[in-house]
Design a protein around this ligand. Structure first.
Ligand SMILES: Cc1cc2nc3c(=O)[nH]c(=O)nc-3n(C[C@H](O)[C@H](O)[C@H](O)COP(=O)(O)OP(=O)(O)OC[C@H]3O[C@@H](n4cnc5c(N)ncnc54)[C@H](O)[C@@H]3O)c2cc1C
Length: 465
């Protein structure tokens, strides 16, 4: 039997290494192109030539599959023979409930496993533009682009040419995202400014959180005093006027926010219609499922711990659970909901699949997870047995569904971590398996466990075909 033509993977980071492993494991040859290792060529964040280098923290975050969405993603990836998880597990260092790894040992293990695989060829070179034209045997008809948040400029420019101005971002400006079921609707209410109807006919698209003068002043004090993350020298993220960090707006004057994202006009608090709030924080639906809301205009460089403390000062958000916190980073990522199909192929040139952070997922584990999926999808296609992605009840399927379609149309697409809000909602259980009443305070946690069990069950059914 003749061997199938190879698949090319560009970028040997978290996503590309995992994709290459999955392709080779399916019996398909793979050529992995990584530019680090060429003298003088590297990104601003990488320091070594090792594959799957962790550029910052050494943590894969929580390893708790029952109650944490990233822990669930770990569990799903382990069941699908993930190289990144196997090397992470083999190189773990003590970190409580988190999975943290010895970064050098981890990267060396990934590199060694790939180098030793007979179907993997590693080429140290930059692909400095669109991949070459395909012929019958060179394999360039199936390419996975996994070049990460710091994709080399030559390749990023070529993708930009192919997809158009609005399609590739070089920075993210992320406002915090809150789980809808953690908002206190005894305080917050739904209404659009001036009851203006949206294109879908909705006059109550926003969630509004009112503030008195004292609450506003205390909030501004906290914003000004809160610890901020510094930019690295090379990051040099420009502040665009439309998306200034909220604390920078506050620094420009104590009233700036009241005339900007927190302006209290065109809104009436139904519980106190005659009193005009001094300021109002608005949240807008962020995903098609309606389980997540983003804080409008609240992009921030505040440190994560400070964000939760300060944003829980907002009336209605005292018990907010954050699906993700805000940030501003250098980050090359596609407008995936517009550009990619459900197989993570570029609609404008379907021989190109994208994987990793460049697709608009965020984090080591999420990036590797997208590598795992694209590797499997590309290998299945090469073998003439196309595969559907896992169902959205799984963490893997939920991530793909979000970046390729679950993000709300019209809203600006911003990178996303895995979280339970991306999975189809479930009613919080009132009783446990033995029929014992679950107290209301424990129901959210019980719901997460049910969602995790549902996910692993759905994954097994998908795996069984
Ligand atoms: C400074 C920084 C800090 C971060 N810190 C964290 C953190 O602490 N925790 C976390 O979970 N996530 C973090 N992230 C986010 C993200 O999860 C990681 O960047 C992750 O490595 C993304 O995986 P990836 O495979 O998509 O990209 P990468 O791991 O960056 O891999 C991309 C690879 O492609 C190569 N490459 C680029 N262009 C080309 C080309 N044209 N030809 C050939 N090769 C090319 C690069 O050299 C690189 O090896 C951070 C990101 C940045 C930028």
């Amino acid at each position: 039997m003749t061997s199938p033509a190879p698949i090319h993977v560009i970028g040997g980071g978290l996503a590309g290494s995992e994709a290459a492993w999955q392709i080779a494991s399916a019996g398909v040859p793979v050529i992995l192109h990584e530019m680090r290792g060429v003298p003088g060529v590297k990104t601003d964040a990488h320091h070594t030539d090792g594959l799957a280098e962790l550029v910052c923290s050494n943590s894969f975050r929580s390893d708790d599959w029952e109650y944490n969405a990233v822990g669930l993603l770990h569990a799903e990836m382990r069941r699908l023979d993930s190289l990144i998880m196997a090397c992470g597990d083999a190189n773990q260092v003590p970190a409580g409930g988190a999975l943290a790894v010895d970064r050098e040992g981890f990267s060396q293990a990934v590199t060694a496993r790939l180098e030793a695989h007979p179907l993997v060829t590693i080429v140290r070179e930059e692909i400095a533009g669109l991949p070459p034209a395909a012929n019958e045997s060179n394999g360039w008809d199936s390419v996975i682009v996994a070049t990460g948040p710091l994709t080399s400029p030559a390749l990023a420019d070529a993708v930009l040419q192919l997809t158009g101005e609005e399609s590739l971002s070089f920075f993210d400006a992320i406002a915090p995202i809150v789980h809808a079921d953690s908002i206190d609707f005894d305080i917050a209410w739904r209404q659009s400014r001036y009851d203006k109807e949206g294109p879908g006919g909705d006059k109550a698209a926003y969630v509004n959180c009112p503030m008195t003068k004292d609450q506003y002043e205390a909030f501004i004090d906290a914003l000004l005093a809160g610890p901020k993350t510094e930019f690295k020298e090379w990051e040099n993220v420009p502040y665009f006027d439309g998306c200034l960090p909220i604390e920078v707006m506050a620094e420009r004057g104590r009233e700036t926010l009241r005339h900007g994202p927190m302006k209290p006009v065109g809104l009436t608090n139904p519980r106190d219609p005659t009193v005009k709030p001094h300021a109002i924080v608005q949240l807008r639906q962020d995903n098609a499922l309606g389980t997540l809301f983003n804080m409008v205009g609240f992009q921030t460089k505040l440190k994560y711990g400070a964000q939760t403390d300060i944003f829980r000062m907002i009336p209605g958000l005292e018990n907010a659970q954050f699906a993700r916190l805000g940030g501003l980073h250098r980050n090359t990522f596609l407008n995936s909901p517009k550009l990619l199909d459900g197989q993570l192929r570029l609609k404008a040139d379907p021989r190109l699949r994208f994987a990793g952070q460049v697709t608009g997922v965020e984090g080591y584990v999420e990036s590797a997870a997208m590598g795992l999926l694209t590797g499997r999808l590309a290998a299945a296609e090469r073998l003439g047995k196309p595969l559907d992605p896992p169902p959205p009840e799984t963490a893997l399927g939920a991530l793909v569904a979000h970046i390729t379609g679950g993000h709300l149309e019209g809203a600006k697409f911003q990178p996303m971590n895995i979280n339970y809000g991306l999975l189809p909602p479930l009613e919080a259980p009132r009783q446990d398996a033995e029929g014992k009443r679950i107290p209301p305070k424990d129901r959210g946690r019980a719901k997460k466990r049910l969602m995790s069990l549902r996910a692993l069950d759905a994954l097994e059914r998908w795996r069984a075909g």
